[in-house]
Design a protein around this ligand. Structure first.
Ligand code: FAD
Ligand code: SIN
Length: 533
């Protein structure tokens, strides 16, 4: 058993930013960061376009950024939270620059600013088309400089420990559910160990792997949201799954798809259908730079009309030198599959990208469970509403990591460790006879979610999904009760929970708003409110 003052689950931008702040403030306290994969294998590493932040008040303003965020969020953003994120953003960006992250500058030393869908100004700071990789690199380097941060890799957090594990009945209406730490799967010994903490932060990232194709890496299985839900924490707005309009289409590909950043459209890239028509002009006056929900739905509609699996992104007219300078990674990736973007169009299709909902937090990142915080993609802070504005995610993660830290730092001295926590009980479980059962169930889950709970939904599809998920849930629970746990089984269990939460929220929302489009209710309801489970 291990004890730590601050326990951080996740080594992406949210978790590492929080850890660094704690280490700076409390040199004598211990900070433990756990990740189930290698240190940098996170959604953060794959971020391309950049971080939206107001850095030049001559061409941009906080009010404009706030307005753009609210418009994209389609009536469900918490305006006060949006304001905090936008106004506190520049200070957080300054910080990560101090920690070593570099953003592209022009010859005069002024930040180069990109533009993406839904933004009224050029405001996206970036590091070529590998912004996330650069930020993750800088964060991990900063972490290494603190002796009071321990980072444990390949360690899978199974569940949050609450009163439930001490034999008390815990329900959604139990007041003051407390988080005492976590159970983790130790990959070396294959045993489940306890880690006790004063403060725990969930920074476990996204859920994209619930779908057949996603821009997210394999780690994005919604573990933190599923754990918080099992611990009876509040979850909200899970129906708002953002599909990125332009993932690179590669025939037959499942799992992680390569992203073609929206910044390419910001530089003039044009979407075309198979007749060569620049179809976005028929859907929205902002054309290719309309918010993501609109562009993804338009592409979906074009693909359905033509019976094809992708549309085209035309960059042939763009300046070759400038393109290579800003998007070297995309240029190389396309070349590697035989596409010279100056001669050929890029085949693209929407892919699951981002979860706007998640673990409900207050303005300080505190969840409904005492001593448990959430920040980054797994949290629902109120900033994204029904549709996240492009490049607001890295910003939100940093602002809320800071807010969690600010709140936790004032409380840490008053929190004690809870000692009477039982060991994990693995009695009666045996090694799984066929791991293939887990892989097959995962494929079924991804199929169900992609076929019935994708960009365009309706009630019959949601009911079908719900019935099929029930069966998968039952079968997987049986496996979980009877076999020794493995990361694959734990992830499957978590992803089924995420599927259930998405379908449940989607079924409750009897309207179409933002990323949730239900053809049985094509208009908006009169009440804009969050769905909380
Ligand atoms: P992550 O960076 O995903 O980190 C999650 C961490 O949690 C990982 O370390 C993981 O191993 C760990 N973890 C999860 N479950 C467990 C468990 N059970 N036990 C132990 N550890 C666990 N946003 C922008 O603002 N701008 C962009 O340009 C941009 N581009 C993007 C491009 C791509 C391809 C993708 C996928 C996303 C992009 N996003 C972008 C979104 C943004 O990158 C993510 O939302 C953000 O990085 C999430 O950070 P995070 O710290 O919350 O989670
Ligand atoms: C992109 O670069 O297109 C992704 C940006 C984001 O997800 O915010």
């Amino acid at each position: 058993m291990q004890q730590t003052d601050f326990l951080v689950i996740g080594s992406g931008i949210a978790g590492l930013s929080f850890a660094i702040k704690c280490a700076q403030e409390f040199p004598d306290r211990t900070i433990l960061v756990i990740t189930k994969a290698s240190a940098d294998e996170t959604n953060t590493k794959y971020a391309q376009g950049g971080i939206a932040v107001v850095s030049d008040t001559a061409t941009d303003s906080f009010e404009q950024h706030i307005e753009d965020t609210l418009i994209a969020g389609d009536g469900l953003c918490n305006e006060a939270i949006v304001r905090k994120v936008v106004e506190e953003g520049p200070a957080r960006v300054e910080e990560i620059i101090e920690w070593g992250a570099q953003f592209d500058k022009d010859d005069q030393g002024i930040f180069k600013k990109g533009k993406e869908g839904g933004h009224s100004a050029h405001r996206i700071l970036h590091h070529k088309d590998v912004t996330g990789q650069e930020m993750e690199r800088a964060l991990l380097q900063a972490v290494e400089s603190f002796s009071n941060i321990q980072l444990i890799k390949h360690c899978f957090v199974v569940d949050l420990i609450t009163q439930h594990h001490r034999g008390y009945l815990v329900t959604k209406s139990t007041p003051d559910i407390v988080c005492y730490g976590v159970y983790v799967l130790n990959r070396e010994t294959n045993t489940i160990d306890k880690i006790l903490s004063r403060v725990t932060v969930l920074a476990t990232g996204g859920v994209g792997q619930v779908y057949r194709t996603t821009t997210n890496p394999a780690i994005a299985t919604g573990d933190g949201v599923a754990m918080a839900y099992r611990a009876k924490g509040r979850i909200e707005n899970m129906e708002f799954i953002q599909f990125h309009p332009t993932a690179l289409y590669e025939p037959g590909l499942r799992g992680q798809a390569f992203l073609i950043t929206e910044a390419v459209r910001g530089e003039g890239g044009i979407l075309r259908n198979h007749q060569g028509d620049d179809f976005m002009r028929h859907y929205d006056t902002r054309k290719d730079l309309a918010p993501r929900d609109i562009v993804a739905r338009a592409i979906d509609s074009e693909m359905k009309k033509s019976g094809t699996e992708h549309v085209w992104l035309d960059c042939r007219h763009l300046d070759e030198k400038k393109f290579k300078e800003h998007f070297p990674n995309i240029y190389e990736k396309c070349l590697s599959i035989g596409i010279n973007i100056h001669q050929q169009q890029i085949p693209v299709a929407p892919a699951a990208h981002y979860s706007c909902g998640g673990i409900k937090t207050n303005e300080w990142g505190a969840t409904s469970i005492v001593n448990l915080y959430a920040c980054g993609e797994c949290a629902s802070t109120g900033v994204h509403g029904a549709n996240r504005l492009a490049s607001n995610s890295l910003l939100e993660a940093m602002v809320f990591a800071h807010r969690c830290f600010t709140d936790a730092k004032n409380k840490i001295a008053t929190i004690d460790f809870q000692q009477d926590i039982p060991d994990w009980n693995a009695k009666g479980t045996t090694e799984p006879r066929e791991m293939i059962l887990i892989t097959q169930s995962l494929k079924e889950l991804q199929q169900i979610m992609s076929d019935y709970v994708g960009i365009v939904r309706n009630d019959i599809r949601l009911q079908r999904a719900s019935r099929r998920l029930d069966l998968l849930f039952e079968e997987t629970e049986q496996l979980y009760q009877n076999t020794t746990v493995s990361p694959q089984l734990l992830e499957l269990r978590n992803m089924i929970t995420i599927g259930y939460l998405i379908v449940k929220c989607a079924s409750f929302r009897k309207e179409s708003r933002g990323l949730h489009y239900n053809t049985d209710y094509p208009g908006q309801g009169s009440m804009a409110q969050n769905i909380v489970l």
